[in-house]
Design a protein around this ligand. Structure first.
Ligand code: G6Q
Length: 547
């Protein structure tokens, strides 16, 4: 197969030329002098209550047109249709990618290998509804007849980060059930959770697509031992359920067949919160709210499929990320939600984005000669403002940021929300426009500083500005808008994978470490075999001789 040179395409070349000749040194201050950029560069969708303002990006009409040309040439919409219709677009694992079928509220058939998957999806959703209702109403009781008060989700990666983020985000709506998440194989994780719990009132959800993951199985065995020690072996059936594609392994573990909530290989781990993996969410906030989450994601699925490129929010998010990643050489992207409820959102997105697009091999199995997925990081505002924002404003790194804010707070507490949002608006303004030398000198003069002090201080107080941001302004944090927000990012990541011509749905990069850990584990019990490099060998020896 002949090598496809993405960087040699006219679309890439046009962008490169435009960047070199027109945009490399332009400033947002100048860009804002012309016309109403907000009107030109924002999308508002009142039905879902989301405004996406991307006017504070280093783009003009021509940039936007060239980015759209690139996106069209990459055929993002065509690939999206392939994904939604069950084509095996995850070609290295020969799998369809159908997290969208899990939230297909139209219930129109979706086929994998000629079989409509909607009946099985709906059957599992009904089972999730029943269990969560039974638990929340006290119909499902523990082995000793007590009501379940605490649910512990044991899982890792995709079987942890999604449901944990959603439960944290929608905590306000929780009522009768407490939820806990255990993921790390570090015994401290499960120890700290179990010490607070009563086995008689605890239900364990073992969440593992493969049911072979070392961390999850180790934690599940510890939980089972803890329960059996106190209530005996017969109690397992009342206190353990499993979410998995591997029914055989679940049964071997000793979990009752009726307590297995299935999902399928067409659901990738990091896209699985919409599947049975969302059971902890249903228990925590009720199935109705979980259904709203699915509704919100479905709404965005339709937007992504049916909206022209120029108004398509995930596509716009994707091309802007591409613009900075591949022309401005930015290597990271900060996600800054102005909502404490979203305090694990960046951690969730790290997996979703970096595991999806941290790849180097393209559609034709060649190594790419351009940058792919960025480093994703972030924390909620305003906390971040008091730590790393200094670098965003005045550091030498160029870091595009996404600001996520809500018009109405979930719970009004005094004037906290106005104060929070004043910061949200102020930060994107400061990042874009900064403070010029003239403005700094005028301010210092006004404040009565001596000319000598002004000389010393001026350079330190200049803000270059020209730091691009997106502002996502959402009506309020509900299950529906959260579902929409997650789906926007999922599709942005998908669209970027298509732009970079990589497979966003495999994760071979996580394998090697797992294999090597399995080799090393017996050496930590029985002594090392002198087979490693000198660094690893000596570290193991120090560990073994001092433990
Ligand atoms: C996600 C990855 C990975 C996976 C975990 C847990 O896309 O595949 O994060 O979710 O390794 O795997 P199991 O669910 O199989 O335990």
């Amino acid at each position: 197969m002949c090598k496809f040179e993405l960087k040699s395409t006219s679309c890439w070349q046009n962008l490169q030329k435009h960047y070199n000749e027109e945009m490399k040194t332009i400033h947002l201050r100048d860009l804002f002098k012309n016309g109403n950029r907000f009107n030109e560069f924002s999308v508002s969708d009142n039905s879902i209550g989301i405004t996406f303002d991307y006017s504070k990006n280093i783009i003009n009409s021509k940039t936007f047109k060239l980015l759209m040309d690139f996106a069209k040439e990459a055929k993002i919409s065509e690939y999206a249709r392939k994904m939604f219709s069950g084509e095996k677009i995850n070609w290295t694992e020969k799998r369809a990618v159908l997290h969208t079928a899990l939230r297909n509220r139209s219930n129109r058939p979706v086929y994998v290998d000629g079989k409509d998957v909607m009946p099985q999806i709906n059957a599992v959703l009904s089972k999730m509804e029943k269990l969560s209702n039974d638990l929340r109403t006290g119909k499902w009781i523990g082995f000793t007849g007590k009501r379940i008060t605490d649910v512990v989700n044991i899982g890792i990666g995709g079987s942890d980060l999604g449901p944990k983020m959603v439960c944290e985000a929608l905590k306000y709506y929780a009522d009768v059930i407490n939820v806990h998440f255990v993921s790390n194989i570090d015994g401290a994780d499960i120890y700290e959770v179990l010490k607070k719990l009563n086995p008689q009132t605890t239900l364990f959800i073992i969440a593992s697509k493969t049911f072979t993951t070392l961390e999850t199985i180790t934690n599940a065995l510890t939980a089972r031992e803890w329960l059996i020690d106190q209530l005996g072996g017969k109690a397992v059936v009342n206190h353990f359920v499993a979410l998995s594609t591997n029914v055989k392994k679940v049964k071997e573990f000793g979990i009752d067949e009726n307590n297995i909530f299935e999902f399928w290989n067409f659901v990738g781990g990091r896209y699985s919160l919409w599947s049975a993996i969302g059971l902890s969410i249903c228990c925590y906030i009720g199935f109705e709210k979980f259904a709203e989450l699915l509704e919100g994601a479905y709404y965005i699925d339709q937007h992504f499929l049916n909206t022209p490129y120029e108004k398509n929010i995930p596509i716009i998010m994707a091309v802007l990320g591409f613009w900075y990643n591949n022309f401005f050489n930015s290597s990271t992207c900060a996600v800054l939600p102005y909502s404490q409820y979203l305090h694990t959102f960046a951690a969730y997105l790290q997996q979703s984005d970096m595991e999806s697009n941290g790849k180097t091999i393209d559609f034709e199995n060649n190594r790419v000669n351009y940058q792919t997925g960025p480093i994703i990081w972030g924390q909620p505002g305003t906390n971040g403002q008091h730590s790393f924002y200094q670098l965003l404003h005045q550091g030498t790194k160029f870091i595009p940021c996404d600001f996520i804010g809500y018009i109405n707070p979930v719970k009004k507490v005094g004037d906290h929300h106005e104060k929070l949002m004043a910061n949200y608006f102020a930060q994107t303004q400061a990042l874009a426009f900064g403070l010029t030398r003239e403005q700094v000198i005028a301010k210092l003069n006004q404040a009565g500083f001596s000319q000598e002090d002004i000389k010393v201080l001026t350079n330190h107080k200049i803000f270059d500005g020209n730091r691009p941001t997106n502002s996502m302004l959402i009506s309020s944090l509900t299950a529906k808008t959260l579902g929409a927000l997650i789906a926007l990012y999922e599709h942005k990541i998908f669209a970027q994978g298509i732009i970079w011509r990589i497979n966003s749905f495999d994760q071979w990069g996580v394998e090697l470490g797992k294999v090597l850990a399995n080799v090393i584990l017996p050496e930590l019990k029985n002594g090392s075999k002198n087979t490693h490099d000198s660094s690893t060998e000596n570290l193991i020896k120090i560990f073994n001789s001092n433990k």
